[in-house]
Design a protein around this ligand. Structure first.
Ligand code: ATP
Length: 277
C-alpha cells in the first residue's frame, strides 16, 4: 500500500472516530449503547421499578429474565418513551437523554421494539411488508415498488435471507406460520437499521425448530446491533447466552443478579425467586 493510501485511510479512520453525530443520533464513544441508572417508576403508589440500573454495550446481545411482575416490560416502556419514569437516568449512547424525548424521536434515534404479538400487514406479501419498512413510511402503502432504490432492492434481498424468508418472498403474510410472522416483523424492524433492538418474548408460541432458528438469527445480529431480549424460555436464553454473554435477572423492579448463564443459574437468590420455582 502506498504512503498516500495509508494516509488517506488513517484520515478516514480519524474522521469516523471524531464524527459529530447529527442531532438526535446517539454517540457511542464509550462502548455503551444504553445506560440505565437508578430508574424508579410507581403506578398508583405501587413501585414497579425501585432503582433499576444496568448498561448494554454497543453490539451486545443481552438476555433479561425475571419472574412475572419483575418490571421487564416497564423497563422497556421507559426506554421507548411509553412510560415516563419518576426518577433516574436513561441514556442512549453518551448524549441522548431518553427521558427528554418522545416515542417517535426515540424510534428515529435508532431504538426498535418488537412486541410479543406480531403486527405485520397480513394482506400484503412478505416482500411488500419489507418494502414498506424500507421506504420508512408504513402509511404510504401503495406506490412502494416504484419508490425503492437499487440499494434498497439489494437490502430487501439481504433482509429476506437474514430472517429466513427468502423462499416466502411472494407469500401473503397472513398465510405465514406464527414464527415466520415474527421473523417478518423482525425483518421490518431491521429495515430501519436500529442500533438497539428490544425484543419482548420473541419465541413465545414458536415451535422448537422456529425457536432454534430465532436463536441463530439473534446471534447473527450481535455486533451489528445491540439486542435486549426479554424471555421466559430458559433453554432459548441458555442458547443465546452461551458461556460468556451476560444475563440480567430482574426482581421487584431491581437488578437481582447479572452474569453468565451459569453464574445466575447457580445464584441462590435467583434460584429462590425465579429458577427454582
Ligand atoms: N400501567 C400500570 N398500572 C399499574 N400497575 C402496573 C402498570 N404496568 C405495570 N404494572 C405493575 O408493575 C409491575 C411490573 O410489571 P411489568 O409488566 O413491568 O412486569 P414484567 O416483568 O414485564 O412481567 P411479565 O413477565 O409478566 O410480563 C407488575 O406488578 C404490574 O402489575
Amino acid at each position: 500500500m502506498t504512503p498516500e493510501l495509508l494516509e488517506a485511510g488513517a484520515e478516514a479512520h480519524s474522521r469516523a472516530l471524531t464524527r459529530i453525530a447529527t442531532a438526535g443520533e446517539p454517540i457511542f464513544n464509550q462502548g455503551v449503547a444504553l445506560y440505565v441508572e437508578d430508574l424508579k417508576v410507581a403506578f398508583d403508589g405501587f413501585q414497579a421499578l425501585g432503582g433499576l440500573s444496568f448498561t448494554i454495550g454497543v453490539g451486545e446481545l443481552r438476555c433479561v429474565i425475571g419472574p412475572n411482575g419483575a418490571g421487564k416490560t416497564t423497563t422497556m416502556d421507559c426506554i421507548t418513551g411509553k412510560t415516563r419514569p419518576d426518577s433516574g437516568r436513561v441514556f442512549f449512547g453518551s448524549n441522548l437523554d431518553l427521558r427528554q424525548m418522545n416515542e417517535a424521536a426515540i424510534a428515529r434515534a435508532g431504538i426498535g421494539r418488537k412486541f410479543q404479538k406480531p403486527t405485520v400487514f397480513e394482506a400484503l406479501t412478505v416482500a411488500e411488508n419489507l418494502e414498506l419498512a424500507l421506504a420508512g413510511d408504513r402509511r404510504a402503502r401503495f406506490a412502494m415498488r416504484a419508490k425503492l432504490s437499487g440499494a434498497q432492492r439489494d437490502r430487501l434481498g439481504e433482509l429476506l435471507k437474514t430472517v429466513h424468508l427468502a423462499d416466502e418472498r411472494e407469500r401473503v403474510a397472513g398465510l405465514l406460520s406464527h414464527g415466520q410472522k415474527q421473523w417478518l416483523e423482525i425483518g421490518m424492524l431491521l429495515a430501519q437499521d436500529p442500533k438497539l433492538l428490544l425484543l419482548d418474548e420473541p419465541v413465545a408460541g414458536m415451535t422448537d425448530e422456529e425457536t432454534e432458528r430465532t436463536a441463530e438469527l439473534f446471534l447473527s445480529l450481535e455486533g451489528q446491533h445491540s439486542l435486549v431480549v426479554v424471555e421466559h424460555d430458559m433453554s432459548f436464553v441458555a442458547t443465546l447466552a452461551g458461556a460468556h454473554r451476560t444475563v440480567t435477572v430482574l426482581h421487584e423492579g431491581k437488578t437481582l443478579a447479572e452474569g453468565t448463564m451459569a453464574a445466575v443459574q447457580s445464584d441462590e437468590k435467583v434460584i429462590e425467586v425465579y429458577l427454582g420455582r
